[in-house]
Design a protein around this ligand. Structure first.
Ligand SMILES: [Zn+2]
Length: 488
């Protein structure tokens, strides 16, 4: 290898890396208006850092190649590897950014980010969203995974900085279903993956303790299944029965209830095969998670909701009976026994993201009633006038609102409706209509109307929430100023 060749490699490698940084800048400009911009900024900043490091590595290694003939081959190989590695990392990153969520989905971006923060117990957790062309939901719970692997080669000195990056997840949803706000309840499962990933040690301990049956590939598949089924259970804890209805509507039209299946998006991936157990099993076993939401039946709407749920149950085929002692039977029994143990930890796993059943029972009737009256169920009015006329209600803002809890902040007057209550009330009311005797056209119209009403109400309640939070911040500021003003 002669020096001219090295110079040539240097020029081309620099061009490629320069192209990458230009693309990063362009992505920054494009992403400014996005609702998930915080996560994108972190990702792009990290990508920038990797690019700068690659530039430095090219410079250093090619200097060595030029000056030490014994190290020449090795250094040039390092440069090539570094460029390939960088391009792989950036390629996956850019792919995640080119299709932002579309118009109707945006209402759910902040609520799901909050849920992700609560379930990971980390206020710096971010989610970014991608509208995909395939009809499926998927998650990539750690966007930095490849960067974490690549950093060893590209920039060992950045190792610590990269491990300290905040959790960042990518959620892909079907672009064609942008307006299907109700069905997007299944994203709770994707958010649950963040918690499952974080607690994978605990899960695998429990799994090993149960002594998984089968050979290595069976064990790997059963571990995946355990995680998927656990995410389903967690999703119910986090957003309530809406997840069950969403999953039902998503799976049944296209999946044989008795077949193992791979998530559409993972299908090209060899390892992605049979990532999920048969839908009939998946849905049937969720019924015991959903049922408690509809007890006690002390309210007519909750009772009505229970009726909807019972009708939906009838839509799920019974799982095929396995011959006792058969492979399928043993596998199912094993997974169920692991999940029975993990179920005891569901409360911990859901953490501040749990959706209290009491809130469901309190809110759903109100949401349903308002929807019946064509009023957006965006808030709960608590008092229509201040209790104490001398005291302005605004000063009564609750200060308990904690970032990591999904409890809506409230004022003396009212509080924003929990977005999950809006989803659940909307779903139940819609299903009650379509499971009745409506024609297909009527059912479609109700679906459209419910989706937009639910979406609009979530937007309003989010706005309300943000205003209360801002007012909290202003209050905090003035308290601080008073303190500073008064000599201590
Ligand atoms: Zn999953």
């Amino acid at each position: 290898m002669i020096k001219r060749e090295i110079a040539w490699i240097e020029r081309l490698a620099r061009q490629r890396v320069h192209g990458a940084s230009e693309r990063i800048e362009e992505m920054k400009r494009r992403s400014d208006e996005r609702d998930d911009v915080a996560g994108i900024r972190i990702l792009l900043r990290t990508m920038s850092l990797m690019t700068v490091q690659t530039e430095r590595l090219i410079k250093d290694e090619l200097w060595i190649a030029n000056n030490r003939s014994d190290r020449r081959v090795e250094s040039v190989a390092l440069v090539r590897n570094a460029v390939v590695q960088l391009e792989q990392i950036l390629g996956r990153g850019f792919e995640a950014l080119v299709s932002p969520p579309e118009r109707d989905f945006v209402a759910l971006v902040q609520p799901y980010i909050r849920l992700a923060r609560a379930v990971t117990d980390n206020p710096s957790t971010e989610l970014i969203f991608e509208s995909g062309e395939g009809f499926g939901y998927a998650t990539w719970p750690n966007v930095f995974e490849e960067i974490e692997q690549g950093v060893v080669l590209l920039a060992p000195n950045l190792d610590r900085a990269v491990t300290a990056l905040p959790p960042l997840g990518l959620v892909t949803y079907p672009a064609r279903a942008d307006h299907e706000t109700l069905m997007h309840a299944v994203i709770a499962h994707e958010v649950a993956h963040l918690s499952v990933r974080r607690n994978v040690g605990l899960i695998s301990d429990e799994f090993e303790r149960g002594r998984p049956p089968g050979d290595l590939s069976d064990v790997g598949r059963l571990f995946e299944w355990t995680q998927e089924l656990l995410c389903d259970m967690l999703a119910i804890r986090m957003i309530g029965p809406a997840f069950f209805f969403g999953l039902l509507e998503y799976l049944l039209p296209t999946h044989d209830p008795h077949d193992r299946w791979a998530a559409e998006i993972a299908q090209q991936d060899e390892d992605g095969e049979e990532t999920h157990p048969p839908p009939a099993w998946r849905l049937r076993r969720l019924m015991r998670e959903v049922a408690p939401f509809f007890h006690p039946r002390d309210n007519s709407y909750v009772a009505q909701g229970r009726g909807v749920y019972v009708s939906c149950q009838k839509l799920i085929p019974q799982p095929l009976p396995h011959t006792p002692g058969s492979k399928d039977a043993r596998e199912q029994q094993f997974v169920e026994s692991v999940l029975a143990e993990l179920r005891k930890r569901l409360g911990d796993l859901a953490g501040g993201a749990a959706y209290p059943r009491g809130r469901f029972r309190r809110d759903v009737p109100l949401v349903w009633e308002k929807l019946d009256a064509a009023i957006a169920p965006a808030e709960r009015v608590k008092h229509r006038r201040p209790r104490d006329a001398n005291r302005p209600a605004e000063s009564d803002v609750s200060r308990e609102s904690d970032d990591l809890h999904e409890n809506p902040p409230s004022t003396a007057w009212s509080e924003p409706m929990d977005w999950r209550s809006i989803m659940n009330g909307g779903y139940l009311r819609y299903l009650e209509h379509v499971l009745g005797n409506e024609s297909a056209a009527e059912a479609d119209a109700i679906r459209r109307e419910t989706n937009s009403m639910v979406r609009g109400s979530i937007e309003l309640s989010e706005l309300h929430r943000r205003m209360i939070e801002l007012s909290n911040q202003f209050d905090g500021l003035s308290v601080l100023q008073e303190r500073q003003a008064s000599p201590s």
